[in-house]
Design a protein around this ligand. Structure first.
Ligand SMILES: NC(=O)c1ccc[n+]([C@@H]2O[C@H](COP(=O)([O-])OP(=O)(O)OC[C@H]3O[C@@H](n4cnc5c(N)ncnc54)[C@H](O)[C@@H]3O)[C@@H](O)[C@H]2O)c1
Length: 259
């Protein structure tokens, strides 16, 4: 909130109906809390009831009305029903931030068919399903914003991330296509590509900070703030964009070492 009395960014999120999909304790919660602080009314979707409820509570404590919904995003019927419930409660679906995603680490030569399919389902197929089900509400309304959380692993190769990198690269392509297809409906579609983020699941990766020009790993709030910006009126002419949030890690020339 701008309390300086001087003109500042207008986020325009007050009272907006926002859905955060995948509200674990790290990036998802930071997105829910960030949107709540900006005045949005939050719906937290997660297959884990505790994750949905605790992030809804955190969003409520940050000042936003919030609800928790147990939803498995691999189940289209469940996703459709959850969006219908949000539209019934809030009168529409204005903003969606889809955070769900996870990797399984294995060399590509050893990745099983099952692991490949599971990683593609969680990091690419479900975002397509969530987008389709959200668009059912946004297209008739003539407005909306969708943000997908991708990864720098979709921009540059890293070992053990074959399926995950392919899925995140595909997700960025899907985001661009959705932006082009739905611009005439007043709908913006963007992605955030995080670098290494200090989350409970990646807590052991502390040595990575030395490889980042900003000399620290990202915080979940760094990704939440990027998602809030892209969802807001301050980004009203930004669509089809991938916002890299990685402390400049991905622009270091590969042949130089940081001092
Ligand atoms: N942590 C990092 O360093 C990092 C880096 C780059 C990108 N990312 C991306 O950021 C996103 C969030 O990462 P995180 O570390 O906060 O993840 P996380 O595992 O803490 O949270 C993911 C949430 O998604 C939920 N979820 C998983 N499968 C689901 C399903 N089928 N239906 C509904 N909910 C489901 C989980 O219950 C969990 O609450 C992911 O897309 C990840 O790929 C993370």
């Amino acid at each position: 909130m701008n309390t300086t009395g001087r003109p500042g960014l207008t986020l325009g999120l007050e009272g907006r109906s926002a859905v955060v999909v995948g509200t674990g304790p790290a990036i998802g919660r930071a997105c829910a809390v960030g949107l709540a602080r900006a005045g949005a009314r939050i719906a937290c979707f997660d297959r884990d009831e505790a994750a949905a409820k605790s992030s809804a509570d955190a969003a409520q404590a940050a000042g936003g009305e919030s609800t928790a919904h147990v939803v498995d995003v691999l189940d289209r019927g469940a996703v459709r029903a959850a969006f219908a419930e949000v539209a019934r409660l809030r009168g529409g679906v204005d903003v969606v931030v889809d955070v769900v995603g996870a990797s399984r680490w294995s060399p590509s030569a050893d990745t099983s068919d099952g692991d490949w399919d599971d990683v593609l389902a969680l990091n690419l197929r479900q975002q397509w399903v969530v987008a389709q089900e959200a668009l059912r509400h946004m297209i008739p309304a003539g407005s909306g914003s969708l943000v997908c959380i991708a990864s720098v692993s979709g921009l540059a190769a890293s070992t053990l991330h074959g399926a995950y990198g392919a899925a995140k690269a595909g997700l960025m392509s899907l985001v661009r296509t959705l932006a082009v297809e739905n611009g005439a409906h007043g709908i913006r579609v963007n992605a955030v590509a995080p670098g290494t983020i200090d989350t409970p699941a990646r807590a052991g990766d502390t040595a990575l900070a030395a490889k980042v020009p900003l000399r620290r790993r990202g915080r979940p709030e760094d990704i939440g703030d990027a998602a809030v910006f892209l969802s807001s009126a301050a980004a009203s002419y930004i669509s089809g964009h991938v916002l890299v949030v990685d402390g400049a890690a991905s622009v270091v020339h590969p042949l130089i070492a940081l001092d």
